[in-house]
Write a protein that binds this ligand. Structure first.
Ligand code: BES
Ligand code: MN
Ligand code: ZN
Length: 490
């Protein structure tokens, strides 16, 4: 979908104007009413239209305008107007309408250039579909909108805001959605690494580290997870050096299990197909690195993803195996399905010892228990540092990707005790998301760190948010970008 910012009065195709419950029509709707000799108000009356959010009415071929169809959309209370959600709703409702050009009229409404840019972002997020493997869609099952125009008072300013910030966010989020949606026969650790390597954003350096090297570096917890797979495990390091030379970076780290069958501790069959999305944390990191590089952020950021497939096989690791992590700590693998923490513990140790980051944040579809606690609505936030936790909560507000903080506490440590090794990789039935976080904490030392458990947020088959597609949300890319923008640039 092509985005363009235009000045008022240049609508073609379908126009969308706004109406509010109290102050009623926006400038554009009022203008259409004037040129059409009152057709808009007449239609509003006939439709018993009040401006309530979710309601709308159409005026086809309004007199005095070149617009084929004017849609007046109710947006509720003027003071609560959210341009991004409005853009998303408008595009979502017209996506299959047959119309190719849609103009959103945001002019004459005292909106900021950022609001206009965010309306475009909302539109792009709402237009997202993963149709790559659908060969039989009929014309009316395919999106018809090819151009989204935003009519705004100072289009150049809105265009700049979109080009410099919100456009790259749209790209990063859609990239993350694409990666999460790819089927696991197409996206495996090797093809995934190649795809990241091919990501052509000027200045973004990408290094792929293969399985043998990972083993030689001592990352046996990580490598153990992939032993049952036909694909080599890979760690990919993305380096963006947009900040001061020599300044310590922020690290963002993602779990990239391209398929989680559970390994020898095999998962039940029903719903197992969703485990293609078990690389959602890594997708958020890749998406964020894309966004950060595309907007040339003035910050030093390292993105690291651990890519691996968790399969049962004669070569696979067994429950009862003891592995030595890169940190030297030993782990009894009591359940091969608790594999995310085994991958992350080595990547976290690597990141902290190699880069000495100012702070590091990892994202992972880590536990089913976080879905029990928070559903698909919030991701769980765990942190050893109140400043980093607060930074992320603020970034969460701004980016509209919701987080909820949960505790870390030494009282949970005993649940990880093993008779045979320094720890075991499962904590039992209770507090499953916390024991997983507690496990990770053992590998971060005193580095300011946060863990985001996105097992619920990475996909939602029934999201009520008009910006979200039917499954993969791309959660995290936008949040990480905002966290970097707010705290590491300047
Ligand atoms: N990838 C899963 C967690 C998950 C569950 C993600 C549902 C998305 C939706 C993870 O590797 C896993 O299997 N966790 C186990 C841990 C348990 C064995 C301690 C779980 O949550 O059941
Ligand atoms: Mn698992
Ligand atoms: Zn998993």
């Amino acid at each position: 979908m092509k985005i363009s910012f235009v000045s008022a009065g240049t609508a073609t195709g379908t126009g969308v104007a706004i109406a509010f419950t109290k102050s009623k029509f926006s400038a554009a709707a009022t203008e259409y009413d004037a040129v059409s000799n009152g057709q808009v108000k007449k239609a509003a009356k006939a439709a018993d239209f009040t401006g309530k959010s979710g309601s709308s009415f159409d005026v086809y071929a309004p007199d005095g305008a070149s617009t084929k169809r004017l849609v007046v959309m109710g947006a509720g209370d003027r003071v609560k107007f959210d341009a991004e959600k409005f853009g998303a709703k408008a595009v979502k409702s017209l996506l299959m309408s047959g119309e190719s050009t849609v103009t959103l009229h945001l002019d004459g409404m005292d909106l900021s250039p950022d609001d206009a840019a965010r309306a475009a972002l909302g539109g792009v997020l709402a237009a997202y579909r993963f149709d790559n493997y659908r060969t039989k869609l009929t014309k009316d099952q395919k999106p018809s909108i090819t151009t989204l125009k935003i009519a705004y008072d100072t289009p150049a300013k809105a265009r700049a805001s979109y080009a410099n910030f919100y456009g790259p966010i749209a790209e990063g989020t859609c990239l993350a959605r694409d990666l999460v949606s790819e089927p696991p026969n197409k996206l495996n650790p090797e093809s995934y690494a190649a795809r990241i390597k091919a990501m052509a954003v000027p200045g973004l350096k990408i290094e792929v580290i293969g399985e043998k090297k990972l083993a030689s570096m001592g990352m046996h917890a990580f490598v153990g997870v992939g032993l049952g797979s036909n694909y080599e495990s890979k760690m990919v390091v993305m380096t963006w050096s947009g900040g001061k030379k020599g300044e310590k970076p922020a690290c963002i780290i993602g779990k990239g299990v391209t398929f989680d069958a559970g390994g020898i501790s095999l998962k039940p069959g029903a719903g197992m197909w969703d485990m293609k999305g078990d690389m959602g944390g890594s997708a958020a990191v890749v998406g964020a690195m894309h966004t950060i590089a595309a907007r040339k952020a003035k910050a030093n950021v390292i993105g690291i993803v651990g890519l691996v497939e968790n399969m049962p096989d004669a070569g696979a690791q067994r429950p009862g195996d003891i592995v030595t992590s890169m940190s030297g700590q030993t782990i009894e693998v009591q359940n091969t399905d608790a594999e995310g923490r085994l991958v992350l513990c080595d990547v976290l140790h690597y990141a902290r010892t190699k880069y000495k980051p100012k702070a590091m944040v990892n994202l992972a579809t880590l536990t089913g228990a976080i879905l029990v606690a928070l559903g698909h609505e919030h991701a769980g936030l765990f942190s050893n540092n109140d400043d980093v936790a607060q930074q992320l909560l603020t970034a969460s507000e701004e980016s509209t990707e919701k987080l909820w903080r949960l505790p870390l506490h030494s009282v949970y440590d005993k649940l990880l005790d093993s008779k045979n090794a320094d720890m075991k990789n499962i904590g039992g039935r209770l507090a499953g998301s916390i024991t997983a976080a507690q496990f990770l904490q053992r590998f971060v030392g005193d580095t300011p760190w946060a863990h985001l458990d996105i097992a619920g947020a990475a996909w939602d088959p029934a999201s009520a948010d008009p910006r979200n597609p039917a499954w993969a949300s791309g959660f995290g890319a936008r949040l990480l970008n905002r966290w970097i923008a707010d705290n590491y640039e300047g």
